[in-house]
Design a protein around this ligand. Sequence first.
Ligand code: NAD
Length: 366
Amino acid sequence: MKKRVAVLPGDGIGPEVTEAAVKVLQVIGRRFNHTFDIGFGLIGGAAVDEHNTPFPTETIELCQTSDAVLLGAVGGPKWDQHPTHLRPEKGLLAIRKHFDLYANLRPVMAVPSLLHASPLKEEVAKDVDMLIVRELTGGLYFGEPSRHNEKSALDTLVYTREEIERIVVKSFELARLRRGKVTSVDKENVLESSKLWREVVEEKKKLYPDVEVEHMLVDSAAMQLVTNPSAFDVIVTENMFGDILSDEASVITGSLGVLPSASLGRDGFGLYEPVHGTAPSIAGQGKANPAATILSVAMMLKYSFGMETEAAAIEEAVNTVFEDGFFTADLASPGDRILSTDDWTNKVVYELDLQSVCNSIMFTYN
Ligand SMILES: NC(=O)c1ccc[n+]([C@@H]2O[C@H](COP(=O)([O-])OP(=O)(O)OC[C@H]3O[C@@H](n4cnc5c(N)ncnc54)[C@H](O)[C@@H]3O)[C@@H](O)[C@H]2O)c1
C-alpha cells in the first residue's frame, strides 16, 4: 500500500518526538511492504516565525494532498505574548476546523510496568482500558457570539442535531470493536444542549442493540474516573466535558508521555498527535518520551489506513520495551537506567525487527 503522510513537528519537543515516530513508521513500511511518502510542514510557533501565521497555506496544501497528518505539539513561552491570532494554539484549532475533524479519540490503558507512576492505587488503575470520544468542532469553544467587557462576559453553547448524531454514531461503531459499552456523559439536569444530546443517544441506540448504553452526568463521571475507572469502555461526550475528562483520565497511566490521540474527519482522514504539549523545559535535550507520538502512528495505521496488524505490532513493541524496564526520564524510578529519546526509539525499532525475525522463523518451522 502507498500512503502520503504530512508531518507537522511544531514546537518544543515536537520535532524530537515526530522524528522518532517517523523512524518507526519507516520500519513498519519496510517490514510490511508499504510505502509511506512523508512531507514536512510548519504549524504553530514555528509557522508564526516563518510565515506570520500559525497555519500557513503551504501547510494546508500539504495536508490536503496527504492521507493523514502526524503532528507534534505547538506553543511555548516565546509566543505567549503574541496577539491572539498569532498564538500557536490557533494553528491547532484552525487545522481541526479546516478538515472538520469532529471526533477526538483518546485511548487510556493501564500498562502493568507503568502502574508505579499512577497517582491511583494499583488495584484501582490496573484494569483500566477506555476510549474517550470527544466532540471536537462544536459546543462552547466555537459558539458565537462570544465577547467580554469589564462588566460581563458571554460564551455561547450550541449543538445541532447533526453534530451530535455523527459523534454518537462514531462512538457506537467504536464500541462494537471493543467491549460493546458506551457511557454518554452530559449535564442533562441543567443544559438544553445536553437534553438534545441525550435524545439523540436514545434514538441512535436503537440501531445498535448489541451496544450497552448508559447515561452519566458529567460531575458523576468525574468522580467515577478516579474511583472506578475500569468500569468504562467507550465514553462519548461534548467538547468541553471531553476536554476536562480526558485530561483527568490521562493521569491514570502515570505520564502524559505515553498517551496518543486521533482526531478524525469523514472518509478516514485524520490528525494524529500525542496528548502532551511542547514541554519547553526539556526541549532539544533528548529527554522527551516519544511513546505517545509513536502510539499515535499506530492509531493512524489503524483508523486511517486499516492496517490493524501493523498497528498491533507497534503497540506490542512499545509494551515490550516498557516491560523490559527501559524508560525515559519522565517514567524512570530511582535506580533505573534512563534512556534518551533516540535510544528508547531504537529499542522499539529493535523489538519490531525481532518480531519480524520471530515471525519468519515460525513461518519456516510451520
Ligand atoms: N496539543 C498541543 O499542541 C498542546 C497541548 C498541551 C499544551 N501545549 C502547549 O505546550 C506548552 C507547555 O504546556 P504544559 O507545560 O502545560 O504541558 P506539557 O504537556 O508540555 O508539559 C507538562 C509536563 O509534562 C512533561 N512532559 C510532557 N510531555 C512529555 C514527554 N513527551 N516526555 C517527557 N515529559 C513530558 C513536561 O516536561 C511537563 O513537566 C504550552 O505552550 C502549551 O500551550 C500544547
